[in-house]
Design a protein. Structure first.
Length: 257
């Protein structure tokens, strides 16, 4: 192999295959399982609204083994992120800057993250309530861990893991790769949004719609600012409130979910 062969640009076909493999190992795989889960719910005896979609479930009746499973699951869920960053490192420039996850603008990231969380979170609650009234969502249980000392820290770590995985892969990585593959801008935004909605289909059609809308907002924000950092911050805040709030507050408060 010559030096020219080692340094030649990556072909569009290679980039396309790479993108499919990264998605297949991460959220594309989750989307397929979500579709199968939704099909199972729709073909079950009861209506969708009477079934349950549970997140952050206990993995063992033995507390420390359960904690081990939770931490191992969080660790391995983040490996596709490291793979995506590693692959982006082949492109010119620093991948952290390409994704906008460096520490150059912490105030910007924190401020916009909080603002985006409010922008998405409040209408999202209204949408979940409407979906529940229409019967197009399963009953959501955001946290089903036992009441042990490590439950809240694990839920916070799970929120961070979800945010990093989804925003780096579905926004930072995917938008960059589709743009390199010469997709048109509307198609890039739609693809990112539909993927985000699709791996939430296990919760129902309302969750698909709400997350797809969130995907459009987040993709547009990234295209304008080139920063995933605020999206990770916003997503983390949303999930921490959902997970920890559900774990600590009276369950009667969440009957509308």
């Amino acid at each position: 192999m010559t030096v020219d062969e080692l340094t030649r640009p990556v072909s569009r076909r290679t980039l396309g295959t790479e993108t499919l493999l990264v998605l297949g190992l991460s959220l594309g795989q989750s989307a397929v399982y979500a579709v199968v889960s939704l099909a199972a719910k729709l073909t079950a005896a009861g209506p969708l609204s009477k079934q349950t979609a549970s997140l952050n479930n206990s993995q063992s009746a033995r507390p420390y083994l359960d904690l081990t499973y939770q931490l191992v699951g969080i660790f391995f869920a983040l490996l596709p992120v490291l793979l995506a960053v590693h692959l982006l490192a082949r492109d010119p420039g620093d991948p952290a800057r390409t994704l906008g996850v460096d520490v150059r603008r912490p105030g910007f990231d924190l401020g916009w993250g909080a603002g985006l969380a409010a922008l998405i979170g409040l209408p999202g609650l209204a949408l979940f309530w409407a979906a529940a009234q229409l019967g197009v969502n399963a009953t959501l249980v955001p946290a089903a861990l036992p009441h042990l000392w490590w439950a809240v820290p694990v839920l916070i770590l799970a929120a961070v893991q979800n945010a990093v995985l989804e925003e780096v892969i579905v926004v930072g990585y995917l938008v960059n790769r589709l743009w390199q593959l010469r997709w048109r801008l509307p198609a890039v935004i739609v693809a990112s949004a539909v993927l985000r909605g699709s791996y939430h289909l296990y919760q129902g059609f309302g969750a698909f719609l709400g997350n797809a809308v969130m995907g459009v907002v987040f993709s547009l924000f990234f295209l304008r600012t080139r920063r995933v950092g605020p999206l990770i911050m916003a997503h983390t805040l949303l999930d921490v409130v959902a997970f920890v709030g559900y774990a600590l507050l009276p369950k009667s408060w969440f009957g509308w979910l």
